[in-house]
Design a protein around this ligand. Sequence first.
Ligand code: BG6
Length: 475
Amino acid sequence: MSTLPKDFLWGGAVAAHQLEGAWQEDGKGISVADVMTVGDNKTEREITDGVKPGLNYPNHEAIDFYHRYHDDVKLFAEMGMKAFRTSIAWTRIFPNGDEDEPNEAGLKFYDDLFDELLAHGIEPVITLSHFEMPYHLVTEYGGWRNRKMIDFFTKFATVVFKRYKDKVKYWMTFNEINNQAGLNKFALWTNSGINPQPGEDAEREMYQASHYEIVASALAVQIGHKINPDFQIGAMFAMGPVYPVTPDPKNVMKAERAMQANYFYADAQCKGRYPAWLKKYWERKQYDLDITLADEDVIKAGTVDYIGFSYYASHAAQAVDGEADDYMTRAKDSEVNNPTLKQSDWGWLIDPVGLRYTLNWLSDRYDLPLFIVENGLGAFDKIEDGKIHDDYRIDYLREHIKQMELAVNVDGVKLMGYTPWGFIDLVSAGTGQMDKRYGMIYVDKNDAGEGTLKRMKKDSFDWYRKVIESNGADL
Ligand code: BG6
């Protein structure tokens, strides 16, 4: 018998740019996701200079949820979902990001979507910024390198908080705000609209952009609470614990520093301050970051109500030859394989116990309610006799849910809900693929963009329906 709370938010998660499509409809502007081409598990997505003819931009049509959401929401309700996590495409509300007035057609779309969800007893859980900032803010202002972004973002947040104050209770500010800490090209672009230029110190820009986002998030929390004191406004982190590859204390220190470096965002957004080690690091690097005393007050006053996080995989780290005293050496061979774990077809390490570890780690450190807002297995699916027998996906989810329940029932972690990622097949953020599928609902479309877009239930659909119905007891 599961002892999850009665109001546990079982559901599923998506993001606007990965499923809506209709990239230019009803006044929508171009987002940073609209200039990313398709890739695969070996080829990176290309970020183009504007939209170029003849290239495959998978987010433009995505799975056409924009036109199909009435039928899709019926399917979600049939699954018994209590919560639907999506984002509001910033470019539907402010197409360029710097307009004085919002776009009414964009606002109306989300009004209708939220009404539809609520009519089916499904709670919307909304991310304000999920890898889809207006492209114009990049070309005109340099993205989050620029302090002006704080105003553009808080204006957007204020408009949607006011508009949906009676329809949406659960919010998150920035999706996986910490991805960019690793300085990879995809994350700098999707988090912050930064495509580092020759001669630019990407690390400095990343810290500056992160700071502006942290301030913007803290302001949004304060604004939101004024508009509706019942709002629950969370942060959102990509969580993947980093283990030391061996008990060698140097490897332990390396893994600890990797955790600190990935999750300093949580210190700022949950505790309201930057950690001491990071301030020292900035000093040593002589980064002249624009962080004012007023910003520090804002961060202190705008801590979040809960922590939303994604969990897919864990990592292992080792100190490298010539490792610096601060253990911040960014070397490729710092991250190593963990042979105790199996991998997905995309090389992501499958580690259900790591989810329990993560829940404990976050709970002890920040003492806030937690919400698993993404989890899942990206896999190739095969249609056999008109069916998809995705036992591999069921196994993955079952093992993770078991660990989640142990964290709640044995460890006493306060957990609000569980919304597995991409429960309806959608465009992969990392590779732009359709064939990297997370869904319990199949969508007929492939990497080349071909297909009827028809929806079909996989075996995991009925399995998850029973999990929800039994509040996690029937796995
Ligand atoms: C998270 C993102 O990084 O992981 C999602 O919040 C993303 O947008 C998901 O889709 C899975 O990653 P991917 O690259 O397999 O789509």
